[in-house]
Design a protein. Sequence first.
Length: 569
Amino acid sequence: MIQSLAVKNIALIDELNIEFEAGLNVLSGETGAGKSILVDSMNLLLGERADRELIRSGQEKAHVEANICIDPAVFADFFDANELDAEDELIVSRDLSASGKNICRINGTVVSLSALKALMDRIVDLHGQHEHQSLLYAKNHLAFLDNYCGQEVGEAKERIAKLASQLKKVQEQLEDTGGDEKERARSMDLLSFQIQEITDAQIFAGEEDVLREERNKLNNAQTIAQNLSACYTEIYLGGEEGGSALSLIQDTVRLMSQISMYDEAYEKTEERLQESVFALEECAHDLRNYLEAVVFDEQRQAEIEERIDLIAGLKRKYGNSEEDILNFCAEAQKKLERLQNAELDAARLTNEIETLKDQLYGEYQNLSGLRRKAAEKFSAAILRELGDLGMAGAQFEARFSALPGREEAPWRRDGIDEMEFYLSTNEGEPLKPLSRIASGGEMSRVMLAFKNISAGLEDISTLIFDEIDTGISGRMALVVSEKMASISRSRQVICVTHLPQIAAMADANFLIQKHSADGATHTAVTRLEGNGVIDEIARLAGGIETESSRIYAAELRQNAEKIKKAFGG
């Protein structure tokens, strides 16, 4: 149970600390005093989404912390999974910052938000005044029932999930074989065409680069030939106004040879010049060969353009490069070989699929039977709760649609049942879907019945109700207060309310008030005792404190004490 809640810099709250009791804790106050802020603070500890707007104006950080008493043995799996020490007292906290940073801690150890939520979901169940809308949607009803059904249904759903996974895997394997015979034939035709198209092209890696280089040379053949000829002439033949570069250097070598014996440096220079002669002769030879090889071939140019276009078309279909195209061809060849040998595999997999569908449909039928059997007990439990809540004439039914046949069954992981809750709140009236219940008071009592049952199944230690008494008054308010008192004998209940009957039934009353000081608005919580409790009940009952209202409040309180004693508390 929650022993205490500390809140700092949340909305209108600068700082407060509430110490809760084990039974029924009631929080009340004027509209706008800040009751919803406390619920928002608790939601933060439950791992709900954090809005930076919750941080008190002018502050950079906000902090929420709860001290919780638990049985460590019940949470051993959680402690082991999160590498935490098992303790019977938990301090859970969450820090918000204006920058958007979120820090969650369990007993001082930083944990993820999901870990905090996983823990708190097993300890606290918070029901707000709008949460009953979840019951209005038929898609949620089967989850309520499955939660009630327990281990047997859970095990059946696990078997179904396992079989559904196996079925999906085998179906994917069948698809890899090409599907049925017609699909496989179409796939083989396509693969054969693709392989033939790539093979006939006879491309090689890097071919396009080679072709583009050759095309560039052909397009500039005249310029290349002119420049090669001029270079050869200058080196080897010489122009009209002077000798060739080769002859000039040869003359220089001859002159140096005449003086090389006089200095070793002259001799080395002569040697380098002679090497230049040899190099120029080689260059002239190369230039002549280049020149002879230069041709302008229009037919070859057309062939190159056609080849480049062919490669571009293959790249659009099969990859961004020749390597990609060749890899695609290799993979297509493997797929084709698999398909050619897939007929036996396809037959085997098809038989396996049918066997799995038989098993899965049998499990669907078994699960549906378990659900329908449990639905009768669930309906009886709901009716008992509703009877306690002043709806003794109500009728309740979990109405199932007919189970689809094997051939029409959707192969889902959680069963194929379609179910919706139906309710009649008055004797003699026909059953209608919960979504058609117009009364907010009736819907609140239905949700209270569901919560009481589900909390018992999940071993939730703390139930929090945020003004679920909307639309309830008079005799029904007393009935709801008695139900909350009954629940609080086995679990801690924290209730935000505006009803005097519920406030009178409390084991601990807290008054939430708002006041202004130093140009700012503040929210404070006060634990009420004695006459303070009577005064608050009187305020809730009539809004104006009179002697008669205080007498009525005292009578409510006395009656509540008698009722709680009858419950053993």
